[in-house]
Design a protein around this ligand. Structure first.
Ligand SMILES: [Ca+2]
Length: 263
């Protein structure tokens, strides 16, 4: 592809996405840029340590893949650096579990200095049992203890036996923002499938670039009043969704092979 064309395309996507970001929940972006909002499309095996667990097709939840624990005692674990003490964080995820099986998303706060690891508080757990053939969202807010440097997220289960099934998708951790789901302004839900590709672009492109990160930060600071206004004006909301958001979503989706992370 010609270089100028690529540059033009990138510029169009960045500008369009920036305009659209006001409609996406800021719940997974913190002051320090900490972001973890994972749909298991590519990150499994790189960021997560999997034991008796792996990727599985996820027809019910967003994207093509979810995480599945394949045998009793299996787990998926991830250590997250640069977590601050005395902050309010939010932990969430989607769990699919068959009868008698419980899926847990556990969060621990650690102080890790010079290789010395200290667990600072008992694990916070959110869970779901027998979700009736679909994914159920669980979430909680928790304050990190003083001296926190890291968080550890663990996806585990109880009750899994032959014929049982437990899956996780869209597991996220980030600064608590009071549950202000700005996406409601346009799509009526913060988990609208249309927004997933934009989240991916934000996480994989914008937030990996210093300028992009500052831009996203700035946008999250300035966007709530705009989103509030949109939420109260149905006609404007429809116009924004159909004239701006939908084309941007389509453009971002078709260009994903260009900007997307390689698995
Ligand atoms: Ca997924």
């Amino acid at each position: 592809m010609k270089k100028w064309l690529f540059t033009l395309l990138a510029a169009v996507i960045v500008v369009s996405t920036a305009l659209t970001l006001i409609l996406i929940t800021p719940s997974s972006v913190s002051a320090g840029g900490l972001v973890l909002n994972q749909g298991f499309e590519s990150e499994l095996g790189t960021e997560w340590t999997a034991v008796n667990a792996g990727r599985v097709g996820a027809p019910v939840r967003e994207g093509s893949w979810a995480a599945q624990i394949t045998a009793s005692g299996g787990s998926l674990t991830q250590l997250i650096p640069n977590v601050d003490g005395l902050w309010r964080y939010q932990l969430w995820g989607w769990i699919y579990a068959t009868s008698g099986v419980t899926g847990y998303i556990e969060l621990e706060f650690w102080q890790i200095v010079d290789g010395n690891e200290t667990l600072l508080a008992p694990a916070t757990r959110i869970s779901a049992t027998n979700t009736g053939g679909s994914y159920v969202q669980v979430k909680t807010a928790v304050r990190s203890p003083e001296y926190t440097t890291h968080a550890r997220i663990r996806l585990v289960e109880t009750g899994l036996s032959v014929g049982g099934d437990v899956r996780f998708d869209d597991v996220g951790f980030g600064t608590y923002t009071g549950g202000c789901f700005i996406a409601t302004a346009a799509y009526g839900t913060d988990t609208a499938q249309q927004l997933d590709v934009l989240r991916a672009f934000r996480d994989q492109v914008l937030l990996k670039d210093p300028l992009g990160s500052r831009f996203v930060s700035l946008y999250y600071k300035t966007s709530p009043p705009i989103a509030d206004y949109l939420a109260q004006h149905n006609l404007l909301r429809t116009v924004v969704r159909e004239a701006l958001l939908d084309p941007v979503v389509a453009l971002t989706r078709v260009t994903r092979p260009i900007w997307g992370q390689r698995p």
